[in-house]
Design a protein around this ligand. Structure first.
Ligand SMILES: Cc1cc2nc3c(=O)[nH]c(=O)nc-3n(C[C@H](O)[C@H](O)[C@H](O)COP(=O)(O)OP(=O)(O)OC[C@H]3O[C@@H](n4cnc5c(N)ncnc54)[C@H](O)[C@@H]3O)c2cc1C
Length: 381
C-alpha cells in the first residue's frame, strides 16, 4: 500500500536563486510552499558566480526583471541579514572605442563617466593600462555563498519547507514525484537551471537549451586600495545586452577578437568582484555544449592571471580556489514555459540569473496566482 502523498499549494523544484525567488514570492502570498533540491544545500550556479547584480547593463525584459530583482535583493538583504552593497559597477576602459560605447550609454542614462583619476581612486589599477572609465549606477554586489545560505535560512523561518537530498523524478501540474515520495501541488515551478533537460527533455530541446560552462577562480592579492565595486572591462561591453545597440560595440568586438584570438577563443569576460574578506573573484571563460567537458584547461586560468597583472597595480596574486560553474544557455535570454496549466518552467538562459532571477520568479508567481489560483489546500493568494 502506498503512503498518501503530501500536499502543498506551491512546489518548487530547485533551490537556486530562481527557486528561492519563487519560494519568497509564494510565502509572501500566504501559500504553503515546499522547495525540493537533490543536493543537501544549494551548490549550483547560484553560489558559483560573481555575486554581481548587473542591472544597468541589461536591456528589454532582462532590465524589467532586473529592476524588480533589485528591490527584492535590497529587502531580502535587510530581512535575511546578508552582505549586499549598492556600489554600482565600475568599467575600466582601455581604449577610445570603449570610451565611445560608455559615452553613448551615459547619454542614455544610469551610467556616469569617470576620468582616469576617478577610476583609480575606486580601483587599484595600473595608470598606464586605462584611458578612463564609467560607473553603472543601479548595480549591486553580494557574496553569493553567504547570500544563498542566508536566504534558505530566512525562507525557512518564514515557513517555507525545504526538502534537500531529494531528487525530483517527474513533474506534472498536479503532482511532483520524488525519491522520497510524491507531493500533490496546486502549482509546480521547475527551476532546475540547465538540468531542465533531465526532467523535461523535449521542452528543453524545443527551447534549444544547452549548457554553458565557465572557469572561475578566487585569489588573494596585495593591492594598494580595495575595489569599490565590481569591475568590468571591454570584454564585458561586447557581452551585455544593453551595449549591443551602439555601432562602436561591433567595432570593439572585431578589434578585441582580431587582437586577442586566444582570449576570444576562451570567450573571455574579463571581470572582477572583491569580497568583504579582501579576496577577488576573477573570470571567466565560456564553453557551450549539450554536456561540456568537466576538465578545466589551465590556459583559461593563465589568461585570467596574466590579464589581471596587465590591468591591476599588483605585487602578488595567490590563487585560493578554482571551480567550474554551469548555467543554461539558449538563443532567448529566458526560458518561460507552461507546458500544462499550473506547471511552469523558468530559467535565465544567458548567465544573468543572479541579476534577473528574483524578478523572473516574481513575474511567474504573479502570472500563476492572479490568473487561476489552484490551491491544493487552503492557500491565500
Ligand atoms: C560561473 C558563473 C558566474 C556567473 N556570474 C553571474 C553574475 O555575476 N551575475 C549574474 O546575474 N548571474 C551570474 N551567473 C548566472 C547565475 O549564477 C545563474 O543564472 C543562476 O544562478 C541560475 O539560478 P538557478 O536557480 O536557475 O540555478 P541553480 O543555482 O543552478 O539551481 C538549480 C538547482 O536545481 C537543483 N536540481 C536540478 N535538477 C533537480 C532535480 N531533478 N531534483 C531536485 N533538484 C534538482 C540543483 O541541485 C540546483 O540546486 C553566473 C553563472 C556562473 C555559472
Amino acid at each position: 500500500m502506498h503512503a498518501e502523498a503530501a500536499t502543498a499549494d506551491l512546489v518548487i523544484v530547485g533551490a537556486g536563486i530562481v527557486g528561492l525567488g519563487a519560494a519568497y514570492a509564494g510565502i509572501r502570498r500566504g501559500l504553503r510552499v515546499v522547495v525540493i533540491d537533490r543536493t543537501d544545500r544549494p551548490v549550483g550556479a547560484s553560489i558559483r558566480n560573481f555575486g554581481h547584480l548587473c542591472i544597468g547593463a541589461q536591456g528589454g525584459s532582462a532590465r524589467e526583471f532586473a529592476d524588480v530583482s533589485r528591490e527584492i535583493w535590497l529587502r531580502l538583504a535587510k530581512d535575511a541579514g546578508f552582505w549586499l552593497r549598492e556600489s554600482g559597477t565600475l568599467v575600466a576602459a582601455q581604449s577610445d572605442d570603449e570610451i565611445e560605447i560608455l559615452q553613448s550609454a551615459a547619454a542614455d542614462g544610469d551610467v556616469r563617466m569617470l576620468d582616469a583619476d576617478e577610476l583609480l581612486q575606486n580601483a587599484p589599477l595600473r595608470r598606464d593600462a586605462i584611458v578612463g572609465g564609467a560607473l553603472i549606477t543601479p548595480d549591486l554586489q553580494t557574496n553569493p555563498r553567504e547570500a544563498i545560505s542566508a536566504l534558505v535560512a530566512h525562507l525557512g523561518s518564514l515557513g517555507v519547507e525545504f526538502r534537500f537530498r531529494t531528487a525530483v523524478t517527474a513533474v506534472s501540474a498536479k503532482r511532483v514525484e520524488t525519491t522520497r515520495g510524491a507531493i500533490d501541488a496546486g502549482v509546480v515551478i521547475v527551476a532546475t537551471n540547465h538540468d531542465v533537460d533531465q526532467l523535461l527533455p523535449e521542452l528543453a530541446e524545443r527551447a534549444g537549451l544547452v549548457r554553458c560552462a565557465l572557469d572561475m577562480m578566487r585569489v588573494s592579492v596585495s593591492v594598494p586600495r580595495s575595489l569599490a565595486a565590481p569591475l568590468l572591462t571591454g570584454w564585458s561591453l561586447v557581452r551585455y545586452g544593453r551595449f549591443d545597440a551602439y555601432a562602436a560595440t561591433a567595432r570593439l568586438r572585431e578589434r578585441l577578437h582580431g587582437d586577442h584570438p586566444e582570449l576570444a577563443a576562451l570567450d573571455l569576460n574579463q571581470m572582477y568582484t572583491q569580497l568583504p574578506d579582501g579576496s577577488l573573484i576573477i573570470g571567466d571563460s565560456h564553453t557551450k555544449a549539450g554536456q561540456p567537458d568537466p576538465f578545466q584547461p589551465e590556459a583559461a586560468f593563465d589568461a585570467f592571471l596574466s590579464e589581471m597583472r596587465g590591468l591591476f597595480d599588483i605585487d602578488r596574486i595567490d590563487v585560493l580556489e578554482r571551480w567550474q560553474g554551469i548555467y543554461a544557455a539558449a538563443s532567448k535570454p529566458f526560458l518561460i514555459d507552461e507546458p500544462e496549466p499550473g506547471l511552469y518552467v523558468i530559467a535565465a538562459t544567458t548567465g544573468i540569473g543572479m541579476t534577473c532571477g528574483l524578478g523572473l520568479a516574481e513575474h511567474t508567481l504573479q502570472n500563476a496566482f492572479t490568473r487561476a489560483p489552484q490551491l491544493a489546500q487552503g492557500g491565500n493568494p
